[in-house]
Design a protein around this ligand. Structure first.
Ligand code: ZN
Length: 104
């Protein structure tokens, strides 16, 4: 199985992951947040898009740049990502992480 060998946050607020096969991929925090596999986020993504004529309400937290507060290994197969907006229920399996992001 391919697994991460190094994780770091860059000054540009990207996550960089070195993989055990030598590939390096970079991820925007927003793209990770939008790909969050937890039940709540999956449900949200399945809902119809909001009315485009309705004025969006900006919550306080959304005006802050999103970043990663912490990443914790889950078993040997995943990382739990704690986002700076307080969302921490997403368990990102290695194969999902590997599909996201882009090669550096
Ligand atoms: Zn989620």
């Amino acid at each position: 199985m391919i697994y991460p060998t190094a994780l770091k946050l860059t000054p540009e607020n990207r996550l960089l992951i070195d993989w055990s096969d030598g590939q390096q991929r970079q991820y925007t925090i927003r793209s990770l947040r939008e790909a969050c596999p937890c039940a709540t986020c999956r449900e949200k993504r399945n809902q119809p898009p909001p009315d485009p004529l309705a004025l969006p309400m900006l919550q306080q937290v959304q005006t802050q740049p999103l970043t990663i507060a912490a990443m914790q290994p889950v078993g040997n197969y995943a990382y739990a990502i704690h986002f700076s907006d307080g969302h921490d229920t997403g368990i990102f399996a290695f194969d999902l992480l590997r599909q996201l992001g882009e090669p550096v």
